[in-house]
Design a protein around this ligand. Structure first.
Ligand code: BES
Ligand code: ZN
Length: 622
């Protein structure tokens, strides 16, 4: 075949990994393409290079009606090109202008359906005319009442990991990159934004043009449509939000430019042009999503005091780790997230100082130890960095393992070789692999070739960290004096009933409070909690992280005064990271009925991603 790895943008090899299903066409001449068990695409036969997307967003029917015109690159003997779809209604398909007969494969609950289109080796363009289903998994359609302004509806997408296929027929594999342009028609007076060059002003007709000249994988396709406005922060950064949130958001993210500068100083030039943020309605199922040029963010980070902006550092860091150097498959997810958490901490250190970033690292470490212990009981294999998500929803891999075990593994390497060498290594790594994919195996080879001696590989226990369960005993330590002070204050309270002195707590940031609350032992009493609540007003806090942390000991202790706040929070916020532990706490405290009652009310506000997780957690059958 004429296909080269360079053409595909696929340089990674999964050496030693046998094709895991017989449909993979591995022949002697084929380059070793990372096999992705979560896509039907067969890029070795034909792959996509560019998308021209013409779409109309219909809020009445809750559908997107569109034509996806794909420039394709068939191999010498290609007979078909295969796309991933999920609940798409395919109307017609044309190849180079001629209508052809396509076929849709069987529906798989995670993967959806393969769309096979007959082509010739000389075929150039495939047009797919289709419309989405109202229940499309990536899309959340919000009524005007569910927005801050309450005047216009809102639509946003969440494509990662394999949901892009529910709104665009695509080769939905992180190893297949393409450029795109789009024309999107939305109702008059609404603004449309994508993971691409974006408008800053609305036009009357509601028609918008987009261009993404850098190749991206399908999971980074994104669209948001709403009653949003733009506010610049620096020349190349800014924020979009509904009018009532715009000033708050611009205040919260005032350090955005500093973060981009810090990131570039660490690991090289920002490759994507502008870096903007959009603050979405509270049902957004994640904290943030690194859609290129336009990070999607939850409004729950608008704390008013800039204390939760490490999330922005995280999504920004993905502009290198993830968006430039991309995990080859979802089994290699830690290459996206572990590197990003490491990079995030480094940006936070550069902008706010080591003392500050060590508090964050300390919170990360406690969280990791706790989850790893729980997961070792229930899903031990998911505590490996290299995951095995065969026949599973890749969403199952989204735990603190790829994030925080990944982070500490990289931190251990840094501590072993020294920061200077590690930084040089990382800078070269991002540069050498930009716009490519990386497998775990290839990363280990790269590490051996460019950084670590055999001796160091052994002392670090590289293989154990990556391929074995649990947390190795050389987990790096974190020293936070500020947290030591918090622990002392908590001990005084628990042992002697003395509440921390206002002179001390005045200087505490969100992170000290989080550590204070998270460190409460089991068995803390309702009286103790009431005393703290009276003084520090935790149940009324506007800080989402503190609120969610506070729900843990209070629900466990049956502290009823917190229940109204729990309900209000769960009904308004759809961020899964907060929902899961809160519903879990209710279940563990024997409050199943309350959990289900709240869920009945809240469920219509949640995105499918959160709904699916909560349905499972609560055994909800509708
Ligand atoms: N890319 C992730 C979100 C994601 C992961 C969506 C997997 C779907 C599948 C994003 O960068 C992320 O990690 N968000 C975190 C932010 C946090 C770690 C700072 C979140 O949403 O909580
Ligand atoms: Zn991330």
């Amino acid at each position: 075949m004429a296909l080269t790895a360079g053409l595909l943008g696929l340089s990674a090899c999964q050496t030693g990994t046998a094709p895991q299903n017989e449909t993979e066409m591995a022949t002697a001449e084929t380059p070793e393409i990372p096999y992705d068990q979560h896509s039907y695409a067969k890029p070795e036969e034909a792959f996509v290079k560019h998308l021209s997307w013409q779409a109309r967003v219909d809020f009445d029917e809750k559908i997107i009606e569109a034509t996806a015109a794909w420039d394709i690159e068939p191999a010498e003997n290609a007979e078909q090109i295969i796309f991933d779809t999920y609940d798409l209604n395919i109307q017609t398909v044309k190849v180079d202008g001629e209508e052809v007969e396509f076929s849709l494969g069987e529906q798989d609950q995670h993967m959806g359906q393969a769309l096979s289109i007959p082509i010739k080796p000389s075929s150039k363009v495939v047009h797919i005319k289709y419309y989405t289903s109202p229940g499309a998994r990536a899309l959340q359609w919000l009524s005007a009442e569910q927005t801050a302004g309450k005047e216009m509806p809102f639509l946003f997408t969440q494509s990662q990991a394999i949901l892009a296929r529910s709104w665009i027929p695509t080769q939905d594999s992180p190893g297949i990159r393409f450029t795109y342009d789009a024309t999107v028609q939305v109702p008059e007076n609404m603004l449309a934004l994508m993971s691409a060059s974006n408008p800053q002003e609305r036009n009357q007709k509601g028609e918008y043009q987009f261009k993404m000249p850098q190749p991206i994988p399908a999971y980074l396709l994104a669209l948001a449509v709403g009653d949003v406005y733009f506010e610049p922060i620096s020349e190349r950064t800014g924020v979009y939000a509904e009018a009532s949130l715009l000033d708050t958001a611009a205040y919260e993210f005032a350090d955005l430019e500093k973060m981009v500068v810090a990131a570039e100083e660490l690991y090289g030039p920002y490759a994507w042009g502008r870096y903007d943020l959009i603050v979405l309605p509270p049902s957004f199922p994640f904290g943030g999503m690194e859609n290129p040029r336009l990070t999607f963010a939850t409004p729950t980070i608008l704390a008013g005091d800039r204390s939760l902006v490490s999330l922005v550092a995280h999504e920004l860091a993905h502009s290198w780790s993830g968006n430039l150097v991309t995990n080859a498959t979802w089994n290699d997810f830690w290459l996206n997230e572990g590197f990003t958490v490491y990079f995030e901490h480094r940006i936070m250190e550069a902008v706010y100082g080591r003392e500050y970033s060590e508090m964050l690292a300390s919170l990360t470490r406690s969280g990791l130890k706790e989850t790893a212990a729980e997961m070792l009981e229930e899903v031990p294999n998911d505590t490996k960095l290299k995951l095995d998500l065969a026949d599973r929803n890749p969403d199952d891999g989204v735990t603190s393992i790829p994030y925080d075990k990944g982070y500490f593994f990289l931190r251990l390497i840094e501590e072993t070789v020294g920061r200077e060498r590690f930084d040089t290594f990382l800078r070269n790594y991002f540069d050498a692999n930009k716009f490519k994919v990386m497998t775990t195996e290839e990363f280990v080879d790269y590490l051996k070739a460019n950084l670590l001696s055999d001796e160091q590989m052994k002392t670090i226990k590289v293989d154990q960290w990556i391929y074995e369960t649990g947390i190795p005993d050389n987990l790096p330590k974190v020293n936070s004096d500020r947290f030591a002070q918090v622990e002392a204050a908590l001990a005084l309270f628990l042992e002697k009933g003395l509440t921390p002195d206002a002179k001390v707590t005045e200087a505490w940031t969100t992170h000290e409070w989080l550590h204070f609350i998270n460190s409460m032992p089991e068995g803390v009493t309702q009286e103790q909690l009431a005393k703290l609540d009276k003084l520090y007003k935790f149940s009324q806090t506007g800080n989402s992280e503190i609120a969610a942390a506070w729900f843990q000991p209070t629900i466990e202790a049956g502290y009823e005064a917190v229940y109204p706040r729990v309900e209000e929070f769960l009904v308004n916020v759809g961020r899964r990271k907060f929902l899961t532990p809160t519903y879990e706490a209710l279940l563990e405290a024997g409050q199943e009925e309350m959990a289900l009652n709240i869920y009945q009310k809240a469920r219509p506000n949640y995105h499918a991603v959160s709904r699916e997780t909560m349905d499972r957690l609560l055994n909800y059958e509708g």
